[in-house]
Design a protein around this ligand. Sequence first.
Ligand code: PEP
Length: 248
Amino acid sequence: MRQRKPLVVANWKMNGNSELVQQMSEALSVLKQPLPDILICPPVIFLADFPKHPNYKLGAQNLSEQLVGAFTGEISADMLCASGASSVIVGHSERRALYGEQDSVISQKVKVAIEAGLTPILCVGETLAQREEEKTLQVLARQLDAVYAAQPHLLAHSVVSYEPVWAIGTGRTATPEQAQQVHQFMRQHLAQYDAEAANELRIIYGGSVTAANCEALFAEADIDGALIGGASLKVADFSAICTMAKDS
Ligand code: PEP
């Protein structure tokens, strides 16, 4: 039996509306236990619209690395908690690439999130060019070390999501074997900081996961769930993925 409870995360990005909130919450509410942990990360404006239900929790897609003050447009960790979020995605490749988020800022965001009581879902992943240059493991080690080398105590309170940039929104998913190899590497790499926490760490996979390909991914020993973009906007598909994760 798997020792880590599977986690399925929906990243709606800048999509969705009140109708989708209603349809998704209704569909998830009727799923029968046992279920994986299910986390919905809609745009923050919709957090308050989700009815509370034991079948799912809510999260955000980003947070400020600052605590309070003159930071126009930013949202603090405390504000996310007050809005009903229990977790927050940190370091998504779109934020790294489009908003210039560097490892140092991402590291600070992970720290601030945990100190406020949020679970950070730290996204790491290589670009296609880095994979082709056989730098995948080196890039991932750098992204992980940037967060945990100076603050290893944060590992026990985190989730890590492996998201190869070339697989996000492209329809080109990593094979289960490719993903498993990376997850296993990351778990072993992180064990240098805290062996027990690395063993208990949930490492989920993200990148073009669908109801059709998730089962093979979930069957791998070190894949503890998925972070889902496009398919999380389709109620039937997302519900099906959650149902399959509980059986893994
Ligand atoms: C993502 O948003 O992190 C993601 C994995 O998206 P998609 O499932 O659409 O590839």
